[in-house]
Design a protein around this ligand. Structure first.
Ligand SMILES: *Cc1c(COP(=O)(O)O)cnc(C)c1O
Length: 355
């Protein structure tokens, strides 16, 4: 979370804008929360440049919840195609199998999830209800640099993207997307809020077994207030949207500014890793993630010393995911360039101290 957002939330914690209430004490149907909600929705639409024919839903259940909610709403019980590129899309495919004929149409498992399968090789199913792609594999550190153009592949199924871990770090080409979902906790706000952006025509096809609170049409028809929405999460994400919209880099603002900043951060870190024999990143350079940078020490017996020294330097949460091992630097939107400079400085020092 940006520090400025945390400070503002702290200042408003007991009394939001002179209302005599904190946000956690408000009715979600009152005019105060109504104003918070309307601004958050409008700001997110502006930030991500969401076209008018898409609905923005503020839900609960997280990315993993959406792994079930998407097939319940979109599959019509028929076929859904999955492009499996890492830990998260593996999970999405596995969960969807409970609701529809979920097929793996491309996979990079044989490459240990280190490169993306070329869309021209995907074995898409004619008539599939949708095609699922995780556009940034958080654990593996692999990211689509451009969204696949399904229409150009002769496929008219909507593309579903799990953009949990890079939402608002780069622009989205909505012409190529039918539905996007993401948990807010990586790049937008606290845990507990799930963002869904869905094209109008995909509403209203849910399976009978779909819980009403997770039926996209019900949620959309009730402005995400069919049941109590995650009000604190919406408020905090709203402050973050406002912060993001105010960011500038030269002439660029908002997400375009973040994209420049994130590119500079990633180039600095990957450039340093590639220039060193002490550290290595194993992902194909064409699809390296700007948000999640896994790396390994050439001699893994130094891992514990590396992490202990990092902690001492105030560099936290660098241990890699247990399924991949090594290290992982998650350099989300709120991480400033100075944070990456500090990490690279520490890595250089550590390397020197081991020589
Ligand atoms: C973190 C993450 C999720 C998990 O979401 P939960 O909110 O924990 O359910 C799903 N997909 C991706 C790509 C993620 O990074």
């Amino acid at each position: 979370m940006p520090e400025e957002v945390l400070r503002q939330a702290a200042a408003e914690m007991l009394d939001w804008h002179g209302s005599g209430m904190g946000v956690m004490e408000m009715s979600h149907r009152g005019k105060e929360f109504g104003a918070i909600y309307a601004k958050a929705e409008a700001d997110l639409r502006a930030l991500l440049d969401v076209p008018a024919n898409f609905r923005i839903l503020f839900m609960q259940g997280g990315g993993l919840g959406e792994n079930a909610i998407v097939p319940m709403n979109l599959s019509r019980g028929s076929v859904a195609d999955f492009v499996v590129t890492g830990s998260w899309s593996v999970k999405s495919h596995k969960e969807a199998k409970r609701y529809c004929d979920a097929r793996v149409v491309a996979s990079n498992a044989d490459d240990q999830h280190t490169r993306l399968p070329d869309p021209a090789t995907w074995k898409l199913t004619p008539g599939a209800a949708y095609v699922h792609v995780c556009t940034n594999e958080t654990i593996n550190g692999i990211e689509f640099q451009t969204l696949p153009d399904l229409a150009a592949l002769g496929c008219d199924a909507p593309l579903v993207i799990d953009f949990s871990s890079h939402v608002a770090s780069r622009s989205v080409d909505w012409r190529r997307v039918g539905l996007a979902f993401g948990g807010a906790q990586k790049n937008l706000g606290p845990a507990g809020l799930t963002i869904v952006v869905v094209r109008d025509d995909l509403l209203g096809h849910a399976l009978d077994i779909c819980p009403s609170a997770f039926n996209y049409k019900t949620v959309a028809d009730n402005q995400s207030m069919y049941n109590t929405p995650p009000t604190w999460g919406i408020y905090m994400a709203g402050l973050t949207f406002d912060w993001l919209l105010r960011q500038t880099e030269g002439a660029a603002t908002g997400v375009a500014a973040m994209e420049q900043r994130n590119t500079a951060k990633a180039e600095l870190l990957y450039g340093f890793i590639d220039g060193s024999d002490f550290y290595a990143n194993r992902i194909d350079a064409a699809c390296r993630s700007r948000m999640n940078v896994p790396f390994f020490l050439a001699d893994e017996s130094h891992n514990e010393a590396f992490l202990a020294g990092a902690r001492e330097a105030g560099l936290l949460q660098l241990k890699g995911h247990k399924s991949v091992g090594g290290m992982r630097a998650s350099i989300y939107n709120a991480m400033p360039l100075e944070g990456v400079q500090a990490l690279v400085g520490y890595m250089r020092e550590f390397e020197r101290s081991q020589a």
